[in-house]
Design a protein around this ligand. Structure first.
Ligand code: UDP
Length: 262
């Protein structure tokens, strides 16, 4: 996720509200979007950092057990490959995007392994068929897994090039009738701000913000396609800091952390 730039403040006059203004709400079914880079280590430069994956897995598993919330994870692949990287190297865009989607499968398997080591059953459902490795994505099967208390991990995005995993997160959330997309950030920015808090100490975090304000302010919290899809389908997005321990549970519990876009 790129943070909000200073230019983002221009255009719409909507004062930020303190996080305490938003009441807690319980989610029953959620899609948790985890970027691939959140699984990497900035210290050791490991593509997949086992302690980080374990920590995320533990929080997911404990939340499912203790809160009874249904969790489907859409995992990205940016720690391994992005389509735009290859395009810059002269690789055909569709091929490069397919490489990126395969990267998300690697991350999905890492997450599956870590979550199951916590004693929580999971299923990886891939948008690209690979029968020897995981199940294909079938909407009704995804819902059935969730109803049975399994964590569903969506791999390969939506199986189509020219997208990132943001839009499939929104699409799958609508398909499985999730109440919210929990968009975890890993850049140290814990929500949506009126300026980049990493360069502007006076930047204020929004407690809530409307979809159209996000678009008008050019706040790059998620791909525009995903934002407009969520607006059209009245699907709220919670932007929160995934890397702070305890936050995944708080987000899944519907506590008023981060910024709610709706
Ligand atoms: N990708 C794609 N179609 C999809 C989802 C992903 O082509 O439906 C490719 C795209 O090239 C993207 C890469 O997979 O750059 C990795 O996904 P993403 O950039 O969303 O990873 P993240 O930034 O979340 O780690």
């Amino acid at each position: 996720m790129s943070a909000t730039g200073p230019e983002a403040a221009a255009g719409v006059d909507m004062p930020p509200r303190p996080a305490s203004a938003r009441p807690s709400r319980r989610w029953q079914r959620t899609v948790l979007k985890i970027s691939g880079e959140a699984l990497a280590s900035s210290d050791t430069h490991e593509t997949i950092d086992a302690p980080t994956v374990s920590r995320i897995a533990r929080e997911i598993a404990q939340s499912v057990t203790e809160l009874g919330v249904e969790v489907a994870v859409m995992v990205g692949g940016g720690n391994i490959w992005r389509g735009s990287t290859g395009q810059g190297e002269g690789i055909d865009r569709a091929t490069s995007d397919t490489m990126g989607m395969l990267g998300t499968v690697i991350n999905a398997l890492a997450l599956q392994d870590a979550i199951e080591r916590e004693g929580q059953p999971t299923r990886v459902l891939s948008a690209i068929s690979m029968a020897e490795v995981c199940e294909p994505y079938i909407r009704r099967r995804a819902i059935r897994h969730l109803e049975k208390g399994r964590v569903v991990i969506f791999a390969a995005g939506m199986g189509q090039p020219y997208f990132t995993t943001d839009t499939p997160a929104a699409l799958r959330a609508a398909e499985i009738e999730a109440q919210v997309i929990l968009k975890g950030t890993h850049s140290g920015v814990d929500g949506v701000y009126d300026a980049d808090p990493r360069v502007d100490a006076s930047a204020k975090r929004f407690d809530e913000i409307g979809f159209m304000d996000v678009v008008a302010r050019d706040l790059r919290v998620m791909d525009l396609t995903a934002i407009t899809f969520c607006r059209d389908n009245a699907l709220p997005i919670l932007v929160f800091d995934l890397m702070t321990p305890g936050n995944i549970r708080s987000a899944l519990a519907g506590e008023p952390i981060g910024t709610l876009i709706r």
